[in-house]
Ligand binder design. Structure first.
Ligand code: PMV
Length: 350
């Protein structure tokens, strides 16, 4: 019996304007638009192979060599259902196509993140899965259109279908048809931006982003201020900073947004703490670096965990990585804060 095969890889993206809050938990519709930078596929990526065959008895997913219970993941099923529907439409229009939409699929995915990093794995993972199955089904849909499907796997995954600087427009429709990722600018627009990743803890976060978001949406009054008064303006400002190559503004907005995201976490009830003492030490090191430079040459940002991503420009690499190495001389220093830290090299953007 025939087996059809296709592969894809998708990079990690790290938000500079954070997505935090769902207005629809089933469709992963956000309460605010967000912006991210896609990191290099060669350094940090998820690799996925999808196969389909009339011989398969069920769908299956193997992640880094470990079989995952596919039927329990409503998000994965939602992605597969949407991709099958697009394939079925193709088959209806062209009866010579093999009926892949009626076959089960087997998906194998692995990532090459430094195992300690624990960074944005679901974003790259779902983006690679959607891209691989779309390739398998030979779907003509654009990355924007596929981003609507990846969004249902993991919200931030929609931004990993494109390189460069990517916006996720929250949209306003209840069916999510206008909640999708758009490329603000390709990497070639501003190729000198880099990211350093400071791995402070490899431990899995104790509060998942989904449950953290719901606590924030339900209980934080600062969150209401953020989504109504801050993010809409900040989205436009950050987009313009990118389009104008204005690093100081881009960096300032990035740090302000990371700080506000963690402030709304703290304003939630019960409060959510993603950063730890080591994270705060990294913030102080970046603040000190910028003060010594007399201008903003580095921007820290933290997702739903203590690890720090620092954006900077190629020309400042020595200063940025040099200071961080001094501020974080060895992991031992950090174990005293009950965390281990290591400094990875500067990553290129994609
Ligand atoms: O896509 P999720 O559900 O893993 O949520 C991601 C949330 C943040 O990483 C904190 C912010 C973002 O925009 O990526």
């Amino acid at each position: 019996m025939p087996v059809f095969v296709a592969s894809a890889k998708a990079p990690v993206n790290i938000a500079t304007l954070k997505y935090w809050g769902k207005r629809d938990t089933k469709l992963n519709l956000p309460t605010n638009s967000s912006i991210s930078v896609t990191l290099s596929t060669d350094d940090l990526a998820a690799y996925t192979t999808a196969t389909a065959s009339p011989a398969y008895k069920d769908d299956s997913l193997v992640l880094n060599g470990i079989p995952e219970p596919i039927e329990q993941s409503a998000r994965l099923s939602a992605c597969l259902r949407e991709l099958r529907a697009l394939r079925a439409a193709l088959e209806q229009a062209d009866s010579s196509l093999p009926p892949l939409s009626s076959y089960h699929v087997h998906v194998f995915s692995k990532n090459n993140f430094p195992t300690a990093a624990g960074l944005a794995s679901s974003a790259a993972g779902f983006a690679a899965l959607v891209r691989a199955v779309a390739n398998l089904f030979e779907l003509p849909q654009s990355p924007e259109e596929l981003s609507r499907i990846a969004r249902q796997g993991s919200g931030s995954a929609c931004r990993s279908l494109m390189g460069g600087f990517v916006g996720w427009e929250m949209g306003s429709k209840d069916d999510g048809s206008d909640s999708l990722a758009v490329q603000i600018a390709p990497k070639s627009h501003w190729p000198t931006i880099k990211a350093a990743i400071l791995v402070i803890s490899a431990q899995k976060k104790d509060i998942s982003s989904t449950s953290g978001m719901q606590t924030t949406v339900k209980t934080s009054s600062l969150f209401q201020h953020r989504i109504q008064n801050v993010v809409p303006r900040r989205y436009e400002e950050m987009k313009n900073a990118i389009l104008n190559h204005d690093f100081e503004l881009f960096a300032t907005l990035t740090m302000a947004d990371s700080n506000q995201f963690h402030a709304v976490c703290l304003d939630s009830m019960p409060p959510i703490f993603y950063m730890n003492d080591a994270s705060r030490q990294a913030i102080r090191a970046v603040e000190e670096l910028n003060r010594a430079a007399g201008k903003t040459i580095a921007a820290y940002t933290f997702d739903a965990g203590p690890n720090c991503v620092i954006y900077y420009q190629q020309e400042d690499e020595q200063a940025v990585l040099g200071l961080l190495r001094t501020a974080v001389p060895d992991a031992d220093k950090w174990t005293s804060t009950n965390a281990s830290a290591s400094l990875l090299h500067g990553y290129n953007t994609e």
